[in-house]
Ligand binder design. Structure first.
Ligand code: FMN
Ligand code: SF4
Ligand code: SF4
Length: 269
């Protein structure tokens, strides 16, 4: 029997979930687990032979929730650990930071991969103008077999830090990490909101509630943008950004209900 693999994922708009599922399918004998469901646990023991983490790049680094999750993983039984990030175009220091965080808790990162998918950061650009579904599918179809082959062979794939990654991270990433949780202060719902509650359901960390039929954000945000992109009426906006004129995105194979299950603990590890 193939060695078993546990793949933990975090995903706002579905790209990383699709990537994690494709890797699990390619590897066989693999479980896909939502890392958001483990966020209250102090220690996460893992029995699998191989462990993967799949998540988006945020501001040239890893999402805060992932940075907090990695040191809690007990990887003492794992023979091989890999990190695969999905991104709009620039991984920056995401893989390097993953390696450094694991090293600080005494674990090794054996391989790191970056997969260009669809850019979803609507605060900075119009995803519809920058993104291409055809390119995303082509990239994923190329990347998945390569990652699967490397993981099967338990191959070492070193992660590198580029000078541009360091410069951009120094300028933007640190500020993002320091302000991430309260950046939801600039979210609001406009008059198109019909009180359907989808934003409440999809939030992977329970950071949205309805107040008199309108969403209210609670100040422990991960900036995954699931609430904004899955809102069926495109009512959620970011103050000071022209988000009313920009297109919404979520991976076409991923439903709001699937994103909503991220908060729920899977039946077993
Ligand atoms: C807050 C935020 C910051 C982002 N920063 C970057 C970045 O630095 N580099 C990049 O290539 N993509 C960046 N993106 C785009 C996402 O990494 C990309 O769309 C990813 O595939 C989304 O994954 P998901 O669908 O699993 O949430 C950012 C997205 C968000 C929401
Ligand atoms: S998902 Fe959109 S329409 Fe539904 S409650 Fe939230 S903001 Fe309003
Ligand atoms: S409030 Fe919205 S952006 Fe923040 S974590 Fe929840 S779904 Fe993601």
């Amino acid at each position: 029997m193939a060695p078993n693999t546990a793949i933990f994922y975090f995903s706002g708009t579905g790209n990383s979930l699709v990537c994690a599922q494709a890797l699990a399918q390619g590897l066989g004998n693999a479980k896909v687990l939502p890392l958001a469901a483990f966020r209250e646990q102090a220690r996460i023991p893992v029995e699998a032979d191989r462990v993967g983490i799949v998540c988006p790049v945020y501001f040239y680094t890893l999402p805060l929730i992932v940075r907090e999750f990695l040191p809690k993983l007990d990887l003492s039984r794992a023979r091989y650990v890999f990190l695969a990030v999905t991104m709009g175009g620039f991984p920056g220091l995401a893989l390097v930071h993953g390696q450094e965080i694991l090293a600080r808790s005494g674990a090794n990162l054996h391989a790191g991969f970056a997969v260009r998918m669809y850019p979803n950061y609507i605060a900075a650009y119009d995803p519809r103008k920058l993104g291409s579904r055809v390119r995303m599918e082509r990239n994923l179809a190329k990347a998945v077999p390569k990652i699967v082959a490397a993981v099967r062979a338990e191959q070492r794939v070193p992660v590198r830090s580029s000078l541009t990654g360091r410069v951009f991270f120094a300028a933007l990433g640190r500020n993002f990490l320091a302000t991430c949780r309260t950046r939801d202060r600039s979210f609001y719902a406009d008059s198109r909101c019909n009180g359907c509650g989808t934003c409440v359901q999809v939030c992977p960390v329970g950071n949205v509630e309805l107040n008199q039929g309108y969403p209210r954000w609670l100040g422990h945000c991960e900036q995954c943008l699931a609430c904004l992109h899955f809102c069926p009426t495109e009512a959620i906006q970011i103050r000071g950004r022209p988000t009313q004129r920009r297109g919404r995105y979520h991976h076409p194979q991923v439903t709001a209900a699937e994103i909503a299950t991220q908060r729920l603990l899977p039946p077993s590890l």
